[in-house]
Design a protein. Sequence first.
Length: 342
Amino acid sequence: MSVRHRVQVSGSVSASVECADDQRLLDAFLRNNVYLPNSCNQGTCGTCRVKVTCGSVSAPTVDDDVLTPELQAEGYVLACQSTPDSDVTIEAPTESSAPRHRLRDLTGTVSEIRALARDTVAVFVDVTEPLDFSAGQYMEITVPGAGLSRPYSMANPPSTDSTLEFHVRRVAGGTATDRWIFDSLSSGNRVDLRGPWGDFVHDLETTGPMILLAGGTGLAPLKSIALEALSLDPEREVHLYHGVRYADDLYESDFWRSIGVAHPGFRYQPCVSRETGVGRPGYVGDAVADDFATLRGAVAYVCGPPAMVDGAIKACRRRRMSARHIHREKYTPATELASVEG
Ligand code: FES
């Protein structure tokens, strides 16, 4: 039986929560309305670091590039990986602009699986009541019988609707995709979800141009962000670049063109890096650098594989976008999972 400890949070906001000795600190905080910056929930980004000032916690070894040895020596730990061994006091940046939605465990029912592109589907899951989340956040979906879960971003914007939309690309040999979602998952199946997680979005209500750069199914959170931004301001200047390797990997192009008809400030740019004839040839970062002499005053949201994200960020910086206005979410295939899958 698990033992419960008291975790006292100090900082600009003070709070006290109970946390079981087999429960991660971040999980306990988010279930109790203590909102910390968090992104990967995998121990790979360092976003959720907190300082233990009293008591002790257990945590797996952390890579030095996630938390420097100096910070570890000062008592910093990753809240998404640490469990309490005793009553604990921590210092946390509770003044964060992280989305404020309570973490929940849900069971949903698959209502539709829709082919989007080669090896890519949209999975629609009905939950019993609308989920409170921010555009850009994700859910962890439990893979039945595998003892693991996988993160998938909501592609739908927050709304009163209780259907969640996820984009999934098949990973050859992948436990979640090849051996479950693409193999046996079908309409009517029940799925377990936990979330929402992540703090990709910070300032949707700013007014400058919004540049969205997606690689593959990194389009999912950017779809949610674009639709939410356009519902807040239908005239908003939004530029969506969707990068894929081959034309067969593009999806929802007609949908995005229809958004451009309805919203005069919206531009859609499909970019194909390994063949010509459909979309713009090359990478999304190069397309952005070609299209803008300067990106001062603009905000960017970038989501996709690490190399694509790094290239897109460099392009935005070359065009003088402020680093604090560039928000990123890296994901990698499940075989080397580091952050959000898509
Ligand atoms: S390391 Fe904890 S959220 Fe990324």
